[in-house]
Design a binder for this molecule. Structure first.
Ligand code: MSP
Length: 646
């Protein structure tokens, strides 16, 4: 048995149960599951936590729209999420829901502790308020100056709220980033956080009183606790903090919080500061992964609905199986970076790596042992350079996989394993057992080849276990190893098999007809949404009357110059000439256009819009861009010739 190596606590973010999860959420959970399984196999006492983040305005609005209570709403979605994880055999040890009593009472205790420490005070929250959405926004969250959720105008407003003295912890946070580089990696992300803290931390508003779907503030029932304070606490409330010290002391601090890149900031600034306030140890590491993108944008609930690619994990698993999907997610993408998701890329991976490489190796090996050795794995009695090479690659892989897993480089860990798979396939071609079988005198050599292939597959079955345990078991069944436990250390050793009875089963990964699959997947999307050409009304802002429109003074202008805003990634700064006047206009279109492609374009300008400052730069008017369903497109006149102005 593998010797116990201590504890390992790994978490995923807790997901919003606003609707069913898509492939992007699955990606994070699949990585955490693979790591949890890997660490268990390596001998750690692992605790793997996932769950759902169920409070907040958005859930309340969705429930109202459906005419059900927020609790009934989340119960249904969470049920679906739990079913998905059960189907995928996600090996979590605990699933925390923020609506559970155990969480609610512990979060209230955390709030009280922070309050008693003197870190929470009552103040006034000032922000930009969207009345229909009942939400406060900051200037930088607005999209074209309007509410990012509904697109309507926002007004400055104030409300009474509780604040957490986040600013008090700025120095200790800087210390944490500077003295514990492993807390947040890569360095580029760590530097971003350092810059963020250095620029000055504001105290954090941690209560809301405009809606009530949340955990009541224990000292003032008119308020509910801000959703991030509620959500982040899950990592310790699930361990019983602080009424079940045994579990808590055993697993806290967490070894790693695995999170998407957009929520790294919450996990590396707010969460450590909260823990500092209640005087508890900090997690050892926060790791931010990249996003799966559909055509350049993050896979999301709304984007998924528009695309031609199936992103529903339930559908993909039904068609291709859990292990094929997990393999694809772990092999295709580089941890920390964004990656494009398409059904085509997925199907190709499944065909090349799984059906061709691994599937073929298993079926060829088992068939040949049945054919040439009566179905029993023979002993090896000979050895040449080719045999030695195969053995070295097979027994050397486990250490390389460990090294890659230490870096969360799942794709490289799998690549190491596939080096063995591909070497073994090449070994078959080099040794040509079908020729050896024709010569009685080559029987010992033939046995060695069969033995070595069985050994290579045994090792592969161990190495893939954390990533694809069902396939590992199927290979072990076919290899006559069904009775033996999967033991990681056995992957370092050759020559363990003799006499096992192999048995051919179904192809572990049938070959896919990619064209046919793609057509069927597209048909599935269309059947769900209706064909693309149907006349579906657009989702628009509220209707306006002619008098509203008539207030707008539209002018044709020429873009003389365009450059990036020095302080905001999303903004471009234009110099636009209209008749005798050249003026500066700032627009939030940097994600859609590069500055160098803008000069010379003839554009339509809302010339009488009240000037305002955007991130410190004056903007006088607005250049018209319109939503084409995918991105913002610039509105130009027919006279536009695209050439730079000379
Ligand atoms: N509830 C918060 C997390 C609280 S943790 C204390 C939340 N929920 S979420 O459902 O919106 O997102 C959960 C995770 O899913 C995030 O880490 C996010 O990055 C991840 N993903 C959502 N869409 C994704 C992709 N398209 N690609 C990869 N991961 C993405 O944030």
């Amino acid at each position: 048995m593998t010797e116990k190596k201590g504890t390992y606590y790994i978490t995923t973010p807790i997901y919003y149960p606003s609707s069913n999860l898509h492939i992007g959420h699955t990606y994070c959970t699949v990585m955490a599951d693979a790591m949890a399984r890997f660490k268990r196999l390596a001998g750690y006492d692992v605790r793997f936590l996932t769950g759902t983040d169920e409070h907040g305005q958005k859930i309340q609005t969705l429930a109202d729209a459906k005419g059900v209570t927020p609790q009934a709403y989340v119960d249904e979605v969470v049920d679906g999420i739990k079913k998905l994880w059960a189907t995928m055999e996600i090996s979590y040890d605990d699933f925390i829901r923020t609506t559970e009593d155990r969480h609610i009472k512990r979060v209230q205790n955390i709030f009280k502790k922070m309050y008693e420490k003197g870190d929470i005070y009552k103040g006034e929250y000032e922000g930009l308020y969207c009345t229909p959405c009942e939400s406060f926004w900051t200037e930088s969250q607005l999209v074209n100056g309007c509410c990012p959720d509904c697109g309507r105008p926002v007004q400055p407003a104030k409300e009474e709220a509780y604040f957490f003295k986040l600013s008090k912890y700025a120095d200790r946070l800087l210390d944490l980033f500077e003295n514990n580089p492993e807390f947040l990696q890569p360095d580029s992300r760590r530097n971003e956080m350092i810059a963020f803290v250095k620029q000055g931390l504001e105290d954090l508003c941690i209560s809301r009183s405009t809606f009530d779907w949340g955990i009541p503030v224990p000292i003032d029932e008119k308020h509910v606790i801000y959703v991030w304070l509620d959500a982040l606490s899950n990592y310790i409330t699930a361990l019983g903090f602080e009424d079940d010290r045994e579990l808590y002391d055993k697993y806290w601090p967490a070894n790693v919080h695995l999170v998407g890149k957009e929520i790294v900031r919450f996990h590396t600034i707010i969460w450590p500061a909260m823990l500092m306030s209640i005087e508890e140890p900090l997690p050892k590491q926060v790791l931010g992964h990249g996003w799966l993108l559909l055509g350049g944008e993050k896979v999301s609930k709304s984007k998924a609905a528009k695309g031609k690619d199936v992103v529903d994990p339930v559908v993909l698993i039904e068609r291709y199986g859990i292990d094929a999907l997990k393999y694809f997610l772990l092999r295709e993408y580089t941890f920390g970076q964004d990656g494009v998701f398409t059904n085509e890329v997925m199907l190709k991976r499944m065909n090349y790596d799984l059906a061709n490489d691994l599937g073929n190796l298993v079926s060829r090996t088992v068939s040949m042992i049945e054919k040439y050795c009566g179905g029993n794995v023979p002993a090896s009695t000979t050895e040449d350079d080719i045999d030695r090479d195969l053995k070295a690659i097979a027994t050397g892989a486990a250490a390389k996989v460990e090294a890659q897993m230490d870096k969360f480089a799942f794709n490289m860990a799998l690549e190491e394993i596939w080096t063995v798979v591909r070497r073994a396939n090449k070994y078959i071609d080099e040794k040509a057992p079908w020729i050896l079988a024709k010569d009685e005198e080559k029987k010992a050599e033939l046995d060695t080849v069969m033995h070595n292939l069985a050994e290579a597959l045994r090792i592969v079955s161990i190495l893939i276990y954390p990533f694809m345990h069902t396939t590992s078991r199927e290979i072990r069944k076919q290899m006559g190893l069904w009775f033996a436990d999967v033991v990681w250390e056995d992957a370092f050793t050759f020559d363990m098999m003799y006499g096992e009875q192999v048995k051919k089963g179904n192809a572990i990964f049938p070959r896919l007809d990619i064209e046919k699959e793609l057509a069927e997947l597209t048909a599935l999307v269309e059947a769900k949404e209706g064909p693309k050409e149907e006349n579906i009304p657009l989702e628009l802002k509220p209707e306006i009357v002619y008098e509203d429109f008539d207030k707008i003074d539209l002018r044709v202008g020429t873009i003389m110059k365009a450059e990036k805003h020095p302080k905001a990634d999303k903004l471009l700064v234009f110099q636009v000439k209209m008749g005798t006047e050249t003026r500066q206009i700032v627009s939030g279109v940097a994600e859609h256009y590069k500055p160098e492609e803008m000069a010379g374009k003839k554009v339509i300008v809302v010339a009488n819009l009240k000037p305002r400052a955007l991130r410190g730069m004056e903007s006088k008017g607005m250049i018209l861009f319109a939503d084409n369903g995918e991105k913002l497109e610039i509105v130009t006149t027919e006279a536009e010739d695209g050439n730079a102005v000379s």
